[in-house]
Ligand binder design. Sequence first.
Ligand SMILES: [Zn+2]
Length: 359
Amino acid sequence: MLIVDAHEDIAWNALTFGRDYTTSARQIRAAEAGSETPTQNGMACLGRAEWLSGRVGVIIATLFVSPQRRRLGTWDQLCYRDAAEAHRLAHAQLDHYLRMEEEHPAFRVIRNRADLDAVTGSWEAQPPTQRRIGLVLLMEGADPIRAPNEVQHWHERGVRLIGPAWARTRYCGGTGDPGALTRAGEALLEHMAAHGIILDVSHMSERSFEQALERYDGVIIASHANPRCAADLSTPERALSDDQIRKLAARDGVIGVIPYNRFLKTGWRPAEGKQAVSVKRVAEIMDYICQLTGSSRHVGIGSDFDGGFGADAIPTPMDSVADLHMIGAALGQLGYGSGQVKQLLSGNWLAALHRGLPE
Ligand SMILES: [Zn+2]
């Protein structure tokens, strides 16, 4: 069974920590042993070997930069002071993905439906060396778009999804910094609609979310966001209220559940480690969304692995992206049949991407 992971910060890690994801998480861990990187960003969970062995064939991969005011330390290099700097830093990440595609036959940037079909088809073909890992590019936080009409520029270069916020951006309120859509944010949505770019509402403040749903009639997803009831967060709007989940489902949206212990257990602390949460909990949270919406069509996985946490902070016994299939087994134990499990691990994302990608 193929797996789609709707959120991985691949280029940010590669350019911040020098992680070579064309090898394996195992090799990255060995290379980082004794360095500061595991303390800064946890033990690596991603890598080509693990994507291939875990059958993670399609990944929504981010261009992610953060504002200088949220800088986490001297190691946190990809921070911007203004839109020009954000633009430059995000372009370096875009170039990173294009280089992965150019230099390693295993990777393919997915730009349209035919690319998506070619990648999923490669997992059915023999021999296994034919298998491709497809990357669909998502800009997380839209400040690198210097003006709304620059959406075209990014679309031409392969960006297929945009999340207007991470923290607050020039376009809208975000995590820890709520607020409405700005005038520029309204214009951004118009340009996204004109180019058929998928809207990712993860990190958007509730007010911006409401406005965006009213104004935007294209495909809408939440690449990585848990239901608010999964854990009490200091920034509650980082998670989705029941009302938001119902509204996303009414728009045929898909929500990527994050297997990160802090988002799965109230009060979880890193010292508690992975033992404090089991993979069953991830299945229960996915089930919660299914029950709430009365359907198994609106949820998938958005791991966010290596996006600020590592192997010690994900539910036991998962250790890397190669173990995402364990979520499927846990769903089976909750009574989901193989057809539904397939929807939850890949089918729902593939359907949303099919609707949202150009011909
Ligand atoms: Zn995020």
